[in-house]
Each structure stands twice: as structure tokens, then as C-alpha cells.
Design a protein around this ligand. Sequence first.
Ligand code: GSH
Length: 199
Amino acid sequence: MTAHETSLKLYCTPRSHFSRKVRILLDAWKLGHELVDIGNVADDASKEFAGNPLMKVPTLVDGDIWLIDSDHIAQYLTLTYHPGDPFNVLLKKPELLNLRAVMNGIMAAEVELLLAKRTGTDISQPRYQKLQKTIAQGLDWLEQNAGLFAGPPDYQDFHLVCLWDHLAFYKLVKLSYRHLAARVTELSSLPYVKASRPA
Ligand SMILES: N[C@@H](CCC(=O)N[C@@H](CS)C(=O)NCC(=O)O)C(=O)O
């Protein structure tokens, strides 16, 4: 397949796990795109976030379309460029929605902890201890429900690999989860997953 001619621009950072979910779709579908590195996500200059008032990445610009939130961007890309939904982005089975909610929750908790540390906040405070527990309990839950990651790679798997590689990179928790690790190893050999691995 040749690179798809598009005007897609993704505002992100090279290590952002939320952005990577979208990058994996762009790479898997060979959708030509430009990545715009917005710099330090802890900054509070909203113009750097392509107009996202929440000051978060990713933001997608596709011609006249301006879209925030990784899952919304994934839905837009699917509906616009691959409406057959080969990666089950649009699937609304309750168990898959829960899986995504837990993974997005872990990723969000990790962002809070990392940015608190980066901006000099004392993360031994109870609020941050709760976020550590969110991550630990979330990972335990995922390991117990690892059977839901089955069959051909799909959008659920992309959440998992983004979450996992980011946690491994920042070493916030010990990743001793056998079933999850095995699935991540399988996924990591895919060229379109490898391409955006945080380095
Ligand atoms: N729900 C959003 C979350 C995005 C998010 O939290 N992104 C992080 C980087 S991975 C960020 O920009 N954080 C900046 C901040 O929270 O100040 C999405 O799925 O896009």
C-alpha cells in the first residue's frame, strides 16, 4: 500500500502514550501525516497545544477538522479512512469499554504523577498515593482480564502497548504481569507498533 495523501497533522510529544494510540493507527494505515512536537506538556501556554483549552496532547488537524482526545481522533480516523473498522475502534461491547476505561485511567494517573514530579510536587501526599494505587489495582485488574486481549491485534491492544511501554520507560511501577507481558511482546514485533516506541 502506498502512503495515503492527506493533510493530517498530529500535535503530540514523542513519548506521549495517549498520542501513540493515534500514531499506531496512522502508521498501520500508512496515512501520510506530520507530527508536531509541542514540547513540554507540563507547560501552560495553551497556544502550544494547537488550541486545546485543556492543554493536553494529542490534537489532530485534518484540513478544516480540529479534534482533541485520542479516542475521538481514533474514531474520526476510522470513520473517515477505514470505515470497515479493522481494529475494532468503534466496537461498543461493555467488556471492551471497561478495558479501555481502565487503561485510559491508568495512563491518566501516570500522567498526573509524572507531571507532579516534573513540576516539583511532593508525591508522597495522599492524593498521589491514591493515584499509585489506581495504577497498581488497574494493572492487577488487566492481568486478571488478560483473556480479553485475544485474536488479531486491535485498538484494545494498542492501548495496552502504549500504556505498558510508557510505564516501562518511566519506571514508575514494577511490571510483573505475565499475561500482559506476553501480549505486549507479541504486539511489539509489528512494524507499525515498533515505529512509535518511546526511546
Ligand atoms: N483524554 C485525553 C488525555 C490526554 C493527556 O492526558 N495527554 C497528556 C500527555 S500523554 C498531556 O498532554 N498532559 C498534559 C497535562 O495534563 O497537563 C486523550 O485521550 O487524548
